[in-house]
Design a protein around this ligand. Structure first.
Ligand code: ADP
Ligand code: AMP
Length: 216
């Protein structure tokens, strides 16, 4: 059982690589962004509360996301967890450490995906996803084979995110550098940090991650 964190700015490729790890290994992806978007579309009280914050590009409160992760760790049974977009603050990192210890689970690696800001704008503004299976696409680097149809599940429900604009990305990047990037030092000091070149083609990033993780 391997538990990893994928750490990197918005658009670094965390979701793309997490989905490949789920397909290749018996792992479960825990994306707080996906959980929050689901709450938003299903119109739960929490979803309504976080909608404007997310669309603007700010972080939602630690309490909400820690609660979401705690619930998943209670209910999901996995051959390993991939934390995607969580933790994003030092308080969240401390809380995750406590949750894992309480469940007798280890954190095996924190994979930092390094990408420069110039590439992120192009990645974020070209991103779209399948509303049914969550497959991640890009207008130029990963288009669907048939226009308007998901390669994976054949759905026509392809969507763009409300926060995938240049304006919201500026705020999301600032949040990342202010609140999330200190986690690089935090996990380095714990001896858990490994960095990969997130600018490399998707398959190369997948093989770099494959070298870090034990064989599936
Ligand atoms: P994150 O989950 O870190 O926000 P995504 O996995 O959603 O990032 O990727 C953001 C966009 O960049 C998507 O449109 C995806 O198809 C594209 N992308 C992901 N990895 C790469 C890569 N290595 N090279 C080029 N484009 C990529
Ligand atoms: P993501 O899908 O990871 O890009 O996240 C989209 C948005 O959801 C972020 O811009 C935040 O508003 C919110 N969000 C997701 N994960 C977290 C987290 N761990 N802490 C705070 N806010 C989060």
């Amino acid at each position: 059982m391997v538990n990893v964190i994928l750490l990197g700015p918005p658009g670094a490729g965390k979701g793309t690589q997490a989905k490949r790890m789920v397909d290749d290994r018996a792992m479960v992806q825990l994306s707080t962004g996906d959980m929050l978007r689901e709450a938003k579309t299903s119109g739960t009280a929490m979803g309504l509360m976080v909608a404007a914050v997310m669309d603007r590009g700010d972080l939602v409160t630690d309490e909400i996301v820690i609660g979401l992760i705690a619930e998943k760790l209670e209910t999901e049974n996995a051959g390993g967890f991939i934390f995607d977009g969580f933790p994003r603050t030092l308080a969240q990192a401390d809380a995750l450490g406590e949750l894992l210890t309480a469940k007798d689970l280890n954190l095996d690696a924190v994979i930092e995906m390094k990408v420069d800001d110039a590439a992120l704008v192009a990645r974020i503004t070209g991103r779209f996803t399948c509303g049914v299976c969550g497959e991640v696409y890009h207008d130029s680097t990963r288009p669907t084979k048939l226009v308007g149809q998901c390669d994976n599940c054949s759905s026509h429900d392809l969507k763009r995110r409300a926060d995938d604009t240049e304006e919201a990305l500026r705020i999301r990047l600032m949040e990342y550098y202010k609140k999330t990037s200190p986690l690089i030092g935090y996990y380095y000091a714990k001896g858990a940090l490994v960095s990969v070149d997130g600018l490399a083609p998707m398959d190369d990033v997948t093989s770099a991650i494959g070298k870090i993780l034990p064989k599936a």
